[in-house]
Ligand binder design. Structure first.
Ligand SMILES: [Fe+2]
Length: 352
């Protein structure tokens, strides 16, 4: 079988694996054919790739080389700067990315698109699965928000953002049968996945690309934890770079708040509360505090359910991540509710 972008599926192609939505519901059975109307339907579910049958090669997944050119073309067409800026606006307490951050994003995308080998590996990341690719963009955007909160210099922000964008690039060296596996990994498979920071570091160091060392370090250390409980080397405290800690916490936040087919997502509230207890355990206090001050747990425009049952829209950020200013949708008035200082009223959950 072969993994292929949905736009490239032909009328005669037959599905080698079923297609599932984010909740694990089967949308299309194994053996189905995909018509144009079905492609449109799948796109609405955010599905960009499928596995199709090819000849009689059993269930072995074909190496990805054959698809790389297509992935590369698709990536070159993507307005990556715009995508990153819009995600930065979404994650940030401020409505608009600052001029410095916009410049840094321009520099990062320029580097990516002008170093062909780097772009090839980033494109390869997209072929593994769309989640890993989208997740890399999210981690990059959120890391820049937190990095700015920590008043990093423009150079450090560039190194941070580039490392964040490439933090999981080592997964391209792990077998696709492991990285694409739905459900729990075996211990042996998990041990292989845990090698991805080192594989990614080696990949970047092998290039004659002048990738800055702090960015390579981010790739190597983004799963290391303050207490020494991380991997691959079990480093502790100051041995781990500040940029790696920023990417580590942003990686964890975006991963646990994303809905996956095999588990429920943490609500922003649960994720923030989890991080409140991680000071000087998973991440240093300074980074946790910057994260809690910098992230918009409920971005402007999100619709939420309040603890009194009212459905409201977030209209502005306030001093606490979990307590923005909201406006109830029920009343067609200009009533705004400030949750900071209001002990009896809270956001219960995102309303979808
Ligand atoms: Fe990772």
């Amino acid at each position: 079988m072969r993994k292929i972008f949905i736009d490239l599926v032909k009328d005669d192609d037959v599905l080698a694996l079923p297609v599932e939505d984010a909740n694990g519901n089967i949308l299309l059975a194994k053996g189905s054919k995909i018509k144009q109307s079905t492609k449109d339907k799948l796109s609405k579910h955010g599905i960009t790739t499928v596995y199709i049958k090819e000849g009689n090669n059993g269930d072995n997944i074909e190496p990805l080389e054959g698809n790389r050119d297509e992935a590369l073309k698709m990536l070159k067409r993507q307005p990556l700067e715009e995508i990153l800026i819009s995600r930065i606006n979404n994650y940030s307490r401020n409505d608009n990315a600052s001029p410095i951050v916009k410049k840094v994003v321009e520099d990062i995308i320029f580097t990516l698109k002008n170093k062909n080998t780097l772009l090839v590996h980033f494109a390869h990341l997209r072929l593994i699965d769309n989640y890993t690719y989208e997740h890399s963009l999210d981690v990059c955007a959120l890391s820049l928000v937190i990095g700015e909160r920590l008043r990093l210099t423009r150079t450090s922000l560039y190194q941070l953002g580039l490392g964040a964008l490439l933090h999981d690039v080592g997964k391209t060296k792990v077998s696709i049968s492991i990285t694409s596996k739905q459900g729990k990994l075996t211990d042996k498979e998990f041990e292989r996945v845990k090698e991805h920071p080192l594989l990614g570091f080696q990949l970047l160091k092998d290039f004659d690309n002048n990738i800055p060392l702090p960015s390579c370090q981010v790739v190597l250390q983004h799963h290391e934890r303050y207490s020494g409980t991380g991997y691959p080397r079990g480093l502790k405290g100051e041995k781990i770079s500040k940029l790696s800690y920023i990417v580590g916490i942003c990686d964890m936040y975006t991963a646990i708040t994303a809905k996956r087919s095999y588990r429920e997502a943490f609500s922003p509230k649960e994720a923030i509360e989890l991080f409140m207890g991680t000071c000087n355990y998973l991440f240093p206090t300074q980074v946790v505090e910057a994260f809690l001050e910098g992230v918009a747990a409920y971005p402007n425009g999100s619709v939420v359910k309040l603890s009194n049952g009212l459905i409201a829209k977030v209209i502005m950020q306030d001093t606490l991540a979990l307590k923005p200013i909201v406006k109830p949708l029920k009343y067609n008035s200009e009533t705004e509710i400030r949750l900071v200082g209001n002990e009896s009223l809270d956001i219960e959950c995102l309303y979808e």
